[in-house]
Write a protein that binds this ligand. Structure first.
Ligand code: COS
Length: 384
């Protein structure tokens, strides 16, 4: 199915493209080198409505559809993947989960400022010993009167240091396995919420990734997101949306790699002619373009299903799997096409290659996507 974007979707894409290539691209290399968080840029993105894109206007969001959102996210990723991951977690996991499962009071207290980008959201599921298997998490939340006391350590939390609020999952009943996991909204200033070590990463270095330590961290019962025991479902649904976002990040970074490669091929001369004239290299860019377009269509297809209110778990995992593996192939080819220069920090493709590497890992590894896809196709129980 080919998508004809609406005038509004095209307008949003054009607006974000212009903003991204002017404002977000500026200083992206330095932010990567110095591990600088793009706080000022995210503030501007908030003013443009990019931090609550799919949230209804009554909670200060833009009320845009998912297609507009993924187009915008791709454009931000084109210029700076570190900025894009913050936007992605904030919009598709944090804001959407509160909009979908939050009480009216939670939406007023938290969603309104999140959707304006006044505070940035983080999502704490992963633990040192619970990554692909979140049901084995060890963090607990014990109800004491009208409060929950949360204890445990979360790992690899995007925006852990720079967020203003975190959605955290914890076990409220060990015996119930996944049905004993609950979710909580914890403002960053809550006593007992401690930012632990910050990872020194290969890519996405402008986005902080930290441990979050919960030491007898108390939140009122009103901060529980959804019902007790509903946390795993909230997480799975949030990840369905998040995975379309990773596809969008992949498409944006891959397009940047292709455009940089085309530019280089038209400048670089070897054997007395531009390297863009060599058939062997022309076929490589042709394949790169086809792969990017295939990933873009999978991304749009999943987004369209979500907008139509259909179940899109399968399509989100397909888009995430294909697009994240695609961008790793594309950025590797882009470096190859740049020759020795591609291996230096003077050329954009070096950063793109490092940034893309985590896309097949976070928000569900490629192997997890294959589990989700095969479970949905085979419709019977796997053994391991
Ligand atoms: N939407 C809604 N509910 C879902 C769902 C989805 N997409 N996927 C699973 N569920 C529900 C199931 O219906 C089942 O509910 P009931 O038992 O109440 O009927 C429950 O969740 C458990 O499902 P399942 O048995 O498939 O769970 P598993 O423990 O086997 O795990 C995987 C499933 C592996 C897919 C899941 O653990 C996963 O996605 N892991 C990766 C986590 C991840 O991405 N981590 C990265 C960091 S996040 S920032």
């Amino acid at each position: 199915m080919t998508y004809r974007l609406t005038d509004e979707q095209l307008m949003i894409q054009t607006m974000v493209r212009e903003f991204s290539r002017k404002v977000v691209a500026e200083g992206a290399a330095e932010r990567d080198q110095n591990k600088t968080f793009p706080g000022d840029i995210l503030k501007k993105m908030g003013e443009l409505g990019l931090m609550g894109m799919t949230i209804p206007p009554e909670y200060n969001g833009e009320g845009a559809d998912t297609i507009s959102y993924v187009l915008a996210l791709s454009e931000i990723a084109y210029s700076c993947a570190s900025t894009a991951v913050v936007m992605s977690v904030h919009n598709s996991i944090v804001c959407e989960s509160i909009n979908r499962f939050g009480t009216e009071d939670q939406k007023k207290r938290f969603l309104k400022s999140l959707a304006q980008g006044k505070i940035i959201g983080a999502f704490a599921l992963t633990e040192p010993h619970a990554g692909s298997d979140p049901v084995s998490q060890a963090t607990t939340a014990v109800k004491q009167g009208d409060q929950y006391v949360i204890s445990g350590t979360k790992r690899f939390i995007s925006t852990g240091k720079n967020c203003g609020l975190v959605i955290v999952t914890a076990k409220t009943d060990e015996s119930l396995k996944h049905r004993g996991i609950s979710a909580f909204i914890v403002p960053k200033s809550t006593p007992g919420l401690i930012v632990g070590r910050t990872e020194d990463k290969m890519g996405l270095r402008g986005s902080d990734t930290t441990d979050l330590i919960f030491e007898d961290c108390r939140v009122p019962v009103e901060n529980r997101l959804g019902e007790e025991g509903e946390g795993f479902k909230i997480v799975m649904k949030a990840l369905d949306s998040g995975r379309i976002g990773i596809a969008a990040q992949s498409v944006g970074v891959a397009q940047a790699a292709l455009d940089a490669t085309i530019k280089y091929m038209k400048e670089r001369e070897q054997f007395g002619q531009k390297i863009s004239k060599f058939q062997g290299l022309r076929w490589i860019v042709a394949d790169m373009a086809v792969e990017i377009e295939a990933a873009r269509q999978l991304m749009l297809s999943a987004a369209a299903m979500k907008d139509r209110g259909e179940r899109f778990t399968l399509q989100a995992s397909m888009a995430k799997l294909f697009a994240s593996e695609m961008v790793n192939r594309i950025t590797a080819k882009a470096i190859q096409m740049h020759g020795g220069y591609g291996f230096t920090k003077d050329y954009l493709v070096e950063r793109l290659y490092r940034d893309a590497r985590v896309f097949t890992i976070y928000e569900g590894t490629s192997e997890i996507q294959r589990i989700v896809i095969s479970d949905n196709i085979l419709k019977d129980k796997r053994s391991g």
